[in-house]
Design a protein around this ligand. Structure first.
Ligand SMILES: CC(C)C(=O)C(=O)O
Length: 504
């Protein structure tokens, strides 16, 4: 039978200790509901007592909602050994579970509180009794517990001997400074769980050495009963163990425990927290980063079509996401084919080769191409293929300087003959057209009139790779359109113009 593991989310308390982050009252309420109702965490720590009027209002609103939903016991507040001030604050807020911050290392106790263990224990005992009297349940944090285990183990066990006799619900073991290795985490928690088999222990891991997830894994293996996590790993300094990675690790590797958290809501919650905090999610953040389900190398896309050779157990669909195939220098035909399939498009070999070539060229220019850009590239390539090219724009110089009229020098090859002209205009493109007109007048050819000029970027594309210029021309009574595609707006107009020169 699987052992139940409680997940406590502390995004709204420790997560808010991320430098520069502050949630508004309504953001806290929205996230509290989402964490409990949709992500289905067991408990949420929503604030520190006494911090501000805003925090009091946030906890009041969360407590009101949670009471109405019969889940007030899931809402926890960090409190202090302060002679009852935090308890009064809890009463005003309507919260019913306090996470009391006490000292888990002799170092903190003697240097910060300047008390003896006995004095500290009796202050704690009074605080717990006062809470009970006011119908408030108590969990107890042993701040700096990890250092305590390393440097003052005797104190930690003296304290736990006392604490486990108190009317409390849980003991919370923080690696406050994120100093533990995974082996230490395993050894310390194994020792503690063996010594106090009837006590519920949570582990609260920080990520200073990027060992947050590894330590949490070892804490679970060692028998802890609950974990403290934050969405996107937000939190003090390097943050806390991140919710999404830990949930995936538990589901895939720690199969003797069960958790309630819903994998398919992780991405949505992660995005919302990022939007509320303004803290971006790194592209490569496991599970929730933008790029983590994107195959970039063509060989991977090819392998995906052959018995899913490049899949692992982290299937994007588990997390409400989709696999993507990047378009760029290294992506190759297989990635393009995967994107074409999604768009419902097919190309022959020659067209596919040309599209691949164009994407490689854009990649060389450091441009990022997306699936939404593809129809534009294809249309540009198919369009170019329709005309026998007899005019080539060989080179041009466009100048645009403050206080001077824009000017262009352009050199053209027409049926093998090289011609050059210089002109000024009201803008760079106007100067370019004036130079072309000069060249064509010398050949007694009248160029069509430009009657409409539209610039757009492929809709839905979130890349900055491409821009399309669509020009409508009038040649005597006939109207026609040419299009140019490039990452540079003026160049896209020049490409559309070169097409016109090859049509007339
Ligand atoms: C404030 C305390 C509980 C904390 O977050 C820690 O010790 O890591």
């Amino acid at each position: 039978m699987k052992r139940k593991l409680e997940i406590m989310d502390t995004t709204l308390r420790d997560g808010e200790q991320t430098s520069g982050v502050s949630f508004s009252v309504s953001e806290k309420l929205t996230l509290a509901k989402l964490l409990v109702e949709e992500l289905k965490v067991d408990r949420i720590e929503v604030a520190s007592a006494r911090v501000s009027d805003g925090e009091l209002e946030a906890v009041k609103q969360i407590a009101k909602w949670a009471s109405a939903e019969n889940c007030i016991d899931k809402v926890e507040v960090l409190t202090f050994v302060d002679g009852g001030v935090s308890i009064e604050w809890m009463k005003k807020a309507g919260a019913k579970v306090q996470n009391l911050l006490t000292k888990g290392s002799l170092n903190h106790l003697t240097h910060q509180l300047k008390k003896t263990p006995e004095e500290h224990f009796s202050d704690i005992e009074r605080t717990i009794a006062l809470a009970s009297k006011n119908n408030i349940d108590t969990n107890v944090y042993l701040e700096d517990w990890s250092n305590g285990m390393r440097n003052s183990k005797e104190y930690v066990f003296q304290y736990l001997d006392f604490l486990t006799q108190q009317p409390i619900k849980r003991v919370l073991l923080p690696d406050t400074l994120g100093i533990l290795t995974h082996t230490e985490t395993f050894d310390y928690i194994t020792e503690i769980v063996a010594r106090y088999p009837n006590t519920h222990f949570d582990f609260h891991g920080h990520n200073d050495y990027d060992l947050g997830v590894a330590n949490v894994m070892e804490a679970v293996k060692a028998g802890c009963h609950g974990l403290h996590l934050t969405v996107n790993g937000m939190g003090e300094r390097a943050g806390n163990a991140p919710m999404a990675s830990v949930v995936a690790v538990i589901h895939d590797f720690l199969t003797d425990v069960k958790i309630n958290v819903s994998e398919s809501s992780l991405y949505k919650v992660s995005k919302l927290v990022s939007a509320f905090t303004g803290v971006g999610i790194p592209y490569n953040k496991p599970i929730v980063g933008d790029n983590v389900f994107t195959q970039t190398a063509g060989i991977h896309a090819d392998g995906d079509s052959k018995n899913n050779l490049y899949f692992n157990d982290l299937l994007p669909e588990r997390f409400g996401r989709k696999r993507k195939y990047a378009l760029g220098k290294t992506s190759g035909k297989a990635n393009i084919q995967k994107n074409l399939q999604e768009l419902g498009l097919t190309l022959n070999d020659d067209e596919l080769k040309k599209v691949t070539q164009r994407i490689i060229e854009l990649g060389d220019k450091k441009e990022r191409v997306t699936k939404e850009d593809l129809p534009y590239i294809i249309s540009d390539i198919l369009d170019s293929g329709n005309h026998q090219q007899k005019v080539f724009i060989k080179s041009y110089v466009l100048t645009h300087s403050m206080g001077l009229r824009p000017s262009t020098t352009v050199s053209l090859e027409i049926n093998g003959e090289l011609l050059e002209a210089h002109a000024q205009g009201d803008g760079q493109y106007d100067a370019f057209m004036n130079a072309l007109r000069k060249l064509y007048v010398s050949k007694k050819i009248e160029l069509p009139n430009l009657i409409d000029y539209v610039v757009r970027i492929p809709p839905g594309s979130n890349s900055d790779a491409l821009c399309e210029t669509i020009i409508t021309w009038q040649n005597k009574s006939e109207e026609f359109i040419t299009r140019g595609l490039d990452s540079d707006q003026t160049v896209s107009a020049i490409k559309a113009t070169e097409k016109m020169l090859n049509i007339i």
